[in-house]
Design a protein around this ligand. Structure first.
Ligand code: ZN
Length: 361
């Protein structure tokens, strides 16, 4: 038998709690509606999508697909936002390929596009993991995430109260050799293009240090580190950045596999940073995917699959629920995401509400 065919079945007899609906209404702060995720929801009746979200208890949904370009941003604003404005928040993006054509003028141009995207209805900025890996300037040099030339872009996002959801690097294992020690070897063999062996790519930790310095330099801008601050394998690292920078938040999308295999540390992390963690799925509007995340957050069930199809896609382990208290659940499910949306932040600033946990200074 090949090792890849070996799928041992656990004989543990433990409780299975099925959470049909979350304890509080949910804002999904990291997800997609485009063709590559969830099967192209703008080609189906909108009511079908709203039915799934209603059944899942998801009342609002951040769609990050506008980060792929202004055409898709406009398609999604027209199809989803204009017809159900309270349910959807569509994020815009930066067209990095223009750096070569515009040269020195690029950063200012990118900031001006952001203003225009907001006028059309974008409610945030999505930055995909290209920094340090593929974004190039006019000299075809790789651009690091804290490159000072881009200050105007981040400051403009802060001025417009647009939160920036930023993903840098990838799982640590994707930067390591594909050998017998790599904990995500099977996944890398299925997706060879996900490997960023360093060198030639920058090291994982140098990219993460760039993120930390970016967030610290722009304290008037809210940054949401996607996938548990891009370093779910090391919650102490993420925790220390959250402590240093009140403008930093994280979403938990696509990482319950990581969080749930370190349940003691994860639970402590949620309790300690209850005001700064956002719910997110990243699996499209998928009912079963939502229910696994609810089970992870709400129950103390033991040793269950983090994947709706029970395939260990990310690595060969199972997860444990972290049974969060009600007040923490409410913040993670709803309140934290609500507070960082531009409309809410403007209201808070007007009312001078001191409960608002946001950037200082
Ligand atoms: Zn995503």
């Amino acid at each position: 038998m090949l090792l890849s065919d070996y799928r041992p079945k656990s004989q543990l007899v433990t409780r299975t709690t099925r959470i049909e609906r979350p304890r509080y209404p949910v804002i999904d702060a990291h997800n997609h509606l485009g063709e590559s995720f969830g099967g192209g929801w703008n080609s189906k009746p909108l009511s079908q999508l709203l039915d799934v979200l209603d059944e899942a208890g998801v009342v609002e949904y951040f769609d990050l697909d506008g980060g792929w370009g202004e055409q898709i941003l406009h398609e999604h604003l027209d199809y989803f936002k204009s017809r159900a404005p309270e349910r959807f928040h569509i994020f815009g993006g930066v067209n990095w390929t223009q750096w070569g054509n515009l040269g020195e003028k690029f950063p200012e141009w990118a900031a001006s596009r952001l203003r225009i995207q907001q006028q059309h209805g974008a409610e945030g900025l999505k930055i995909w993991k290209a920094f340090g890996l593929s974004v190039q300037d006019q000299e075809q040099e790789l651009v690091s995430v804290d490159d000072p030339r881009l200050a105007i872009l981040w400051e403009t996002a802060g001025e417009l109260s647009l939160p920036v959801i930023i993903h840098v690097a990838d799982p640590v294992a994707f930067f390591q050799p594909q050998d017998q020690f790599n904990e995500r070897l099977e996944e890398l063999e299925m997706h060879p293009d996900w490997a960023f062996l360093s060198p030639p790519f920058p090291s994982f930790i140098s990219i993460l240090e760039g993120l930390a310095s970016l967030v610290a330099q722009h304290q008037n801008t809210i940054f949401i580190g996607a996938h548990v601050g891009c370093y779910a394998e090391n919650l102490a690292w993420v925790s220390s950045l959250l402590e240093r920078c009140p403008n930093f938040y994280v979403d938990i999308s696509a990482r319950i596999g990581e969080l749930g295999r370190q349940p003691y540390s994860a639970r402590k992390f949620f309790l300690q940073h209850a005001d700064r963690i956002l719910f997110g799925s990243d699996m499209g509007p998928d009912l079963e995917a939502y229910r696994i995340i609810y089970r992870f957050l709400e129950t103390d069930d033991e040793y269950f699959s983090y994947d709706p199809q029970e395939k260990p896609r990310q690595g060969r382990w199972n997860i444990y629920g972290i049974h969060l208290p009600a007040d923490v659940l409410e913040k993670v499910y709803f309140t934290n995401a609500k507070n960082i949306l531009p409309k809410e932040r403007k209201n808070e600033q007007k009312n001078g509400d001191r409960n608002f946990v946001g950037p200082v200074g």
